[in-house]
Write a protein that binds this ligand. Structure first.
Ligand SMILES: [Zn+2]
Ligand SMILES: [Zn+2]
Length: 344
């Protein structure tokens, strides 16, 4: 099969498309013919050489996979050849206490797809059947690659901070892959949705996808604007997809009993001076979101089939043009995601 190989990391990385043996599904696994695989910031960081930990050399990247089951290994009973599927981000065992508790992304025996085990920047990938969800006929395969990451991860974050109808929810990095899906989902949940972005040209799209207000980061701290828009009450929840650059303002944007979810970005230095009282005197909560469960992926899939969630795929491009995808992702000019298409 054809697979994208990271020859050497860098900016830009040296990438090639090589012929490698097609993998065979092991016990409990399915062989998936990849229809599309989203290009995540995780992939960009590995290609740039920024992220190396836990990644064996020569691994096939890509964890945002949709496709069709080609074959199944022994002891599979959920998935059959011909099924159209979307994958979780982790190869989950389905047997450990975490999997049994519906926390498949924290499986005790799990390996990150396109991180600890081979991923979807190839014509085929082997994936444990416990990590696959069947797609409804109404959904197209290519955009459905984004239903787990970024769309389902955004849904996991909104669930983690218990967004209810009538809540005010602020989303940082709103024009990014996680952000644009979080905006749609917050609006679908009936929340007043405040989209925070550093890309003014994305404002019309953010409004079209459900943002009640678009706040451009600039001279004024966005927490000041959020306080002004909420009669000094603050936001019931903040979904922060930017991290170090925005966390202080995100905390200052919270209402009393406000909930902050951190997801996506992990780099950068955070200055904590004066921030403890900001959390303490709000009785605020801060939670990390690193992936998504089967349950969340099923919910994202159902919402997509109902038309409540649209995976935002800006471009689908061939495997051979992965370097262009890297450059586009690095520029942050795109809205939503790019996906690589492995088949010719
Ligand atoms: Zn991703
Ligand atoms: Zn497990």
């Amino acid at each position: 099969m054809r697979a994208l190989i990271l020859e050497s990391p860098g900016t830009p990385p040296r990438l090639s498309v090589a012929h490698v043996p097609t993998p065979q599904p092991a016990d409990g696994e399915a062989l998936v013919r990849v229809a599309a695989c989203g290009f995540c910031h995780h992939d960009r960081l590995v290609m740039a050489g920024t992220l190396r930990r836990g990644i064996p050399p020569g691994i096939i990247l890509g964890h945002e996979i949709s496709g069709t089951v080609e074959a199944t290994g022994t002891n599979t009973n959920q998935i059959r050849p011909g099924d159209r599927v979307v994958s979780l981000l982790t190869g989950a065992c389905g047997r450990c206490d975490r999997c049994q508790a519906g926390r498949e992304h924290r499986c005790r025996n799990g390996q990150g797809i396109g991180h600890g085990r081979n991923g979807g920047f190839a014509e085929y990938a082997t994936i444990p059947e416990h990590s696959l969800i069947r797609l409804p006929d109404a959904l197209d395969l290519t955009p459905s690659a984004l239903l787990a990451c970024p769309a389902g991860v955004a849904l996991q974050a909104l669930t983690a901070v218990s967004v209810s109808p009538g809540d005010t929810v602020a989303i940082t990095g709103a024009g990014g892959g996680l952000g644009i899906h979080a905006v749609q989902l917050a609006a679908a949940f009936g929340a007043r949705t405040l989209a925070v972005t550093s890309s003014p040209h994305k404002a019309p799209a953010l409004a079209a996808f459900g943002a009640d207000e678009v706040i451009e980061t600039g001279e004024l701290d966005f927490s000041e604007i959020i306080m002004a828009l909420t009669a000094d009450q603050g936001a019931d929840a903040v979904i922060d997809t930017v991290g170090a650059a925005t966390i202080r303002s995100s905390i200052r944007s919270l209402a009393q009993y406000g909930r902050l979810a951190l997801l996506g970005e992990v780099g950068g230095e955070v200055q904590l001076n004066g921030i403890i009282p900001e959390i303490l005197f709000r009785d605020a909560q801060i939670t990390g979101v690193s992936g998504l469960s089967r349950n969340t992926l099923e919910q994202a899939t159902t919402m997509a089939a109902q038309g409540k969630l649209k995976p935002i795929l800006e471009q689908a491009i061939p495997l051979e043009e992965a370097t262009r995808a890297f450059t586009m992702m690095s520029s942050r000019a795109i809205l939503g995601r790019i996906a690589l298409i492995p088949s010719i």
